[in-house]
Design a protein around this ligand. Sequence first.
Ligand code: GCO
Length: 263
Amino acid sequence: MVLKQFDLTGKIAWVTGATHGLGMAMARALGEAGATLVINGNSSQEKIEEALKLYQEAGLRVHGFRCDVTNQGQVREAVARIEQEIGPIDILVNNAGIIKRIPLVDMELAEWQQVIDVDLTSPFIVSQAVVKGMIERGGGKIINICSMMSELGRQNVGAYAAAKGGLKMLTKNMATEWAKYNIQVNGIGPGYFATSQTAPLRVPGNAFNEFIINRTPAGKWGDPDELGGATVFLASRASNFVNGQIVYVDGGILATIGKPMGE
Ligand code: GCO
């Protein structure tokens, strides 16, 4: 029964940075497919409690804690705590990410480094800490959240594009090294979705808002719930022979050179 392959009952899924936005949408999908959720945030305990309440109101099993995923010591402690108090981590979604929209010529080194630390180095730190248990247990799933900027450049997001382009190749290398342990490492590349991160870009009448709607063959911004299916697929047995792939959920952006405005 092929649908059973998508069932995550009994699995434990850690989605980093899932206190809001696309991370929360993907975590909710994993929870609705049966997984017990673990989420973390680097923000206040209050924000984490608020997020936990939303998951619990949706009837999902969830645990939450504060952790700076760029801090290797905190991550190692978190993995030990999760595996001791909750259970083995079967699914890891490296979702935590930041963006700084600054022209490269003006970007301070510290600003560059912060984006690289969160968007590229933390997936390495967290995956390395989690994968050791997956290897011991004979399998696991890792999903790295990439971006349109894993494939395309865009004005003023150079550090983010460098990080997300690197994350695409890190995904392929993790798959190369860990597939033999029955660990599938893949990525999801969201297009332009209606979240808090893109809220500044989605102002009606704003040139970028019109640009994205025109540049996206589907003619709209994505709804975060539209990421759930790809997330459950890559977290489930249904993708056991899928390795090193980036699934772009982008309304067709990467399929086309685009069309003149207004057509
Ligand atoms: C931007 C947006 C993008 C999207 C997403 C696209 O400023 O261009 O924030 O970065 O968030 O990453 O895949």
